[in-house]
Ligand binder design. Structure first.
Ligand code: FAD
Length: 299
């Protein structure tokens, strides 16, 4: 099974993203969430790649365990930063040896300050398109890349950002997943730019529901753009009531997913922060209406 085939099949994909936790307690909690998500039979799940050694190993271990011990289809996030090409080759081989053939190819950020000076590993890679090519050379992998509705912070302008995204796709990427955003128009603009450049690689939108009022203030850091004012105004009215904020966040995210899918987005990728409840509620509302096959998974 691979994401390339799922996307070709034409039904929307629904997927969930986890991160490797730092503590044993966090890991125990993650596996509880994974089992809850498994019961929903999503299209795939992904595990982010940590910045440092320990969490990197854990990403590989969790991804392997998802492949061997669950019915879920795992996608391994995989960053080139601070790896030599021979380490990258070794890790790609390790994924292949346990049957993980879905990889999200990323350049990654410098450890510490993500916007700090980018220094290429002396025997490593410079950009994500090189990692896409390396993975494709090494086997029959389905490879995804990152896309940025508001451009990558290092990109001087939208034009060059689009150009290099298209270059990653032409290097062999089968799909892209976006950074989170809170206004569906921004996803549609990105998709239009890429299409206008002659590229039809599917772009899966990444969604994170607002479940706390403080998220609104962090929008620029999380997504690259301020939170849309008309949506923030709705939250302002219930700011003092955490339960109402959560309810509104779930409703807004649900509306956004519906709009994106109506506009032809190939799927929805949910950020979970290793919690399942909010994204599960949205998934149940959005996916069960669109995917008759998942009705059996309805709790
Ligand atoms: P690139 O595509 O290499 O782009 C980096 C910059 O260089 C951009 O400005 C781009 O326009 C430019 N560029 C690209 N190619 C060229 C070229 N050939 N010549 C000149 N300029 C070029 N980070 C993690 O550490 N772990 C994760 O698990 C993780 N998962 C992510 C998942 C998603 C869906 C997204 C959107 C991001 C994720 N990131 C993750 C963050 C990502 O690693 C950073 O944003 C990183 O800075 C850029 O990675 P990239 O793969 O987009 O890099």
């Amino acid at each position: 099974r691979d994401i390339r085939e799922l996307l070709k099949a034409g039904e929307p994909t629904f997927s969930f993203e986890f991160f490797p936790p730092k503590t044993d307690e966090g890991l125990r909690k993650l596996w509880q969430v994974i089992r809850q998500i498994e019961a929903l039979a999503p299209s795939f799940v992904s595990v982010t790649y940590g910045a440092g050694g320990g969490t990197r190993d854990l990403t590989v271990e969790i991804t392997e365990q998802l492949q061997t011990d669950t019915t879920l289809l795992p996608v391994a996030h995989f960053c080139a930063v601070n790896h030599s090409v021979s380490e990258l080759r070794h890790l790609i081989g390790r994924f292949a040896s346990v049957g993980v053939n879905n990889i999200l190819a990323l350049r990654g950020d410098p450890p510490g300050d993500p916007l700090g000076e980018w220094v290429k590993h002396p025997e490593g890679l410079e950009y994500a398109d090189e990692l896409v090519r390396l993975i494709k050379e090494l086997g029959d992998f389905s490879v995804g890349v990152a896309a940025f509705p508001y451009k990558h912070p290092r990109s001087p302008d939208i034009e060059s950002d689009t150009k290099y995204l298209v270059q990653k796709c032409r290097a062999g990427a089968d799909y892209a997943i976006t950074q989170m955003f809170f206004d569906p128009e921004d996803y549609l603009r990105l998709r239009d730019r890429v299409a206008a450049a002659g590229c039809d690689t599917p772009i899966i939108p990444e969604i994170m529901p607002v479940v706390k009022y403080s998220t609104i203030g962090m929008s620029e850091q999380l997504s690259g753009a301020p939170f849309p004012r008309h949506l923030a105004a709705e939250f302002d009215k219930v700011a003092d009531d955490p339960e109402s904020v959560r309810k509104l966040g779930i409703e807004q995210a649900q509306r956004m997913c519906e709009r994106l899918l109506d506009e032809g987005a190939p799927g929805i990728h949910f950020i979970t922060f290793n919690q399942s409840t909010a994204t599960r509620e949205i998934y149940e509302q959005v996916a069960y209406d669109r995917l008759p096959a998942t009705a059996g998974a309805r709790p």
